[in-house]
Write a protein that binds this ligand. Structure first.
Ligand SMILES: [Zn+2]
Length: 339
């Protein structure tokens, strides 16, 4: 007797009764039961601002990404807004670096001027700023150093507060401390509130791993450490439970939103942070190395770039991220608008 000729046997096995494929038969049926959405408003586009005028310098390891001077930001802001994107994350490359990263909190610093340019071109565009010292220090580390080259924690917190206040004064909506120093969120909250910026939110890089996938970013942001690495403050890729401890501390200190970085190798962490701290918005950073891999494979004709990018971004959202910070944001937004 064949399997399907015996109704009871078929029922026992579920054949003919439970058929998940019924929901996959047509595009409309699939649209109807899709669990995860992807919208341009879910994406944040990183920008790298450099000194000078009329600069649009391609980042060789990140095809499609350029370093821009402040004067180029007005048209960029309007393009970004027209694509349906709501937010940018700003990184600055200063004109001069020193051991203390002084330009990070200068009134006429490159980021401070960039915020003004973006806001006057597109007032509604949400401007998020990276708050760290690594792009500004001549040694390329995320804080002040002791004589052995170790990043000093508490001595650096005061500087981070000053950077955040200077970004707020320039008009930033959200500051995003990325240095993984203990107490950074509380220190920045105190500094902002002390200067009357209680409305400026903190998106904390609460869980940032010491990842090999930041390589291309270091070209884009000119922020490679001149010696050593960042393992004394960024997390060990082997640790997931420790991530929950990092998040709990940042929540206690007053973080308004959380981030996991990188995204693709850490979707389990995105998911567990979502489960444990679901009351706060969660961002995941689809980092430069992840971007470069997709671009390189696509350039070789090895993958379909559009399909791969939309799949990657959907997967990060499915893991639990509300927001995805991604260099693919402009392309993805254009594809989503055309859908
Ligand atoms: Zn840093």
């Amino acid at each position: 007797m064949s399997l399907h000729s015996d109704p009871l046997e078929a029922l026992r096995l579920g054949a003919g009764v439970r058929r998940p494929r019924r929901w996959r038969r047509t595009p409309a049926l699939r649209d109807l039961v899709r669990e995860t959405s992807l919208d341009p408003a879910d994406l944040v586009y990183p920008l790298f601002v450099v000194p000078g005028e009329g600069v649009r310098r391609p980042v060789s390891s990140m095809p499609g990404v350029d370093q821009l001077s402040v004067d180029a930001l007005a048209s960029e802001a309007r393009d970004i807004w027209a694509l349906g994107l709501k937010a940018v994350l700003l990184f600055g490359i200063p004109s001069a670096k020193d051991p203390h990263g002084l330009e990070s909190h200068a009134d006429d610093g490159v980021v401070q001027r960039a915020i003004g340019a973006l806001k006057s071109a597109s007032p509604e565009l949400v401007v998020i700023t990276d708050v760290c010292l690594c792009e500004y220090t001549d040694h390329g580390h995320c804080g002040l150093l002791d004589e052995t080259g170790y990043v000093l924690n508490d001595e650096t917190l005061d500087v981070l507060g000053r950077i955040a206040v200077s970004h707020a004064e320039a008009g930033a909506d959200i500051v995003a401390p990325s240095g993984m120093l203990d107490g950074m969120v509380g220190a920045i909250r105190g500094a902002l509130d002390g200067e009357g910026f209680s409305g400026v939110a903190i998106l904390s890089y609460a869980v940032k791993y010491a990842s090999a996938f930041y390589g291309p970013f270091r070209e884009a942001a000119d922020g490679a450490p001149s010696f050593g690495d960042r393992r004394s403050h960024q997390m060990d890729p082997a640790n997931a439970r420790e991530a929950l401890r990092e998040v709990a501390l940042d929540v206690e200190e007053g973080a308004d939103a959380l981030m996991v970085k990188p995204a693709l190798g850490y979707l389990d962490v995105v998911s567990s942070v979502r489960d444990r701290f679901g009351e706060l918005p969660l961002a995941a950073y689809n980092v430069s190395g992840e971007y470069a891999m997709v671009k390189a494979a696509a350039a070789n004709g090895w993958i379909d770039e559009r399909a791969a990018v939309l799949e990657v971004l959907t997967a990060i959202r499915r893991a639990g991220a509300d927001l995805v910070i991604t260099y693919h944001a402009k392309d993805a937004a254009a594809w989503l608008q055309a859908r």
